[in-house]
Design a protein around this ligand. Structure first.
Ligand code: SAH
Length: 218
């Protein structure tokens, strides 16, 4: 790819990224379902970005799921899964069934806004958000994950550290939403993976949790 094309692709990616973070999820669903080619542009940019990181957070998430599952049969939902790589990576473990959801239907990925999942309540063992808590209403995504998780279910969040406005406040807000922190994995000061146990929510629930994420110009 020549330099000018690369620059143009980079700026399209950053523009889409900003829209995904700042718009309501219903608008994001509309945007990608009306123009699925934008999803492809977004993911090309996203993958370029991930290649530059020393470790892909999705690999850490995968390791944690393997540990949590052991030999038990478990049901996982990858919420905002992109191209659904987590499901593919875990195909060698027949006891781990992954359901992949994103805004666009593609191969094994089912299209939906994850604030409104086509799943029954209290059925999942693990819900995953790997860099996917996007949209002005991202708190609603966590409430939906809460609904579909079993009583002793686990939530895994991988996120960019710079999105957390105040560390203590983030943890208190997660507590309020009914997610008790079990473990925090911090491979570098760029991103983290947090593992939460479903617990009792403590209203009033917060309406904001994370700042929009930004990817640097390349
Ligand atoms: N989890 C993947 C992809 C991260 S990119 C990985 O780590 O590789 C973030 C993804 O979240 C994008 O594919 C975007 O379309 C998706 N997303 C954002 N808001 C969403 C929503 N409301 N419902 C479903 N997917 C959403």
């Amino acid at each position: 790819m020549n330099k000018r094309k690369r620059k143009l692709e980079g700026s399209k990616f950053r523009m889409l990224n900003e829209m995904l973070y700042t718009q309501h999820s219903q608008k994001n669903l509309k945007l990608f379902s009306e123009s699925p080619e934008l999803f492809e542009i977004y993911h090309k940019g996203f993958e370029e970005q991930v290649k530059e990181w020393p470790v892909n957070p999705l690999e850490l998430v995968e390791q944690e799921i393997r540990k949590l599952a052991g030999s038990a049969s478990i049901k996982v939902a990858d919420l905002g899964c992109g191209n659904g790589q987590l499901e593919l990576n875990l195909k060698d473990q027949p006891n781990i069934k992954v359901h992949s959801y994103d805004l666009v239907d593609k191969d094994h990925v089912k299209a939906c806004d994850v604030t409104n999942l086509p799943l029954k309540s209290n059925k999942l063992d693990i819900a995953v958000f790997c860099l996917s808590l996007m949209g002005s209403n991202h708190v609603k995504m966590l409430q939906e994950a809460y609904r579909v998780l079993k009583k002793k279910g686990t939530l895994i969040i991988a996120e960019v550290e710079s999105r957390v406005p105040h560390k203590e406040e983030f943890q208190t807000n997660m507590d309020k939403l009914g997610f008790k922190l079990q473990q925090k994995i911090q491979p570098n000061n760029f991103f983290f993976v947090c593992i939460f146990a479903k617990s009792k929510p403590k209203p009033p629930l917060p309406n904001k949790l994370l700042n929009p994420g930004k990817y640097k110009k390349r």
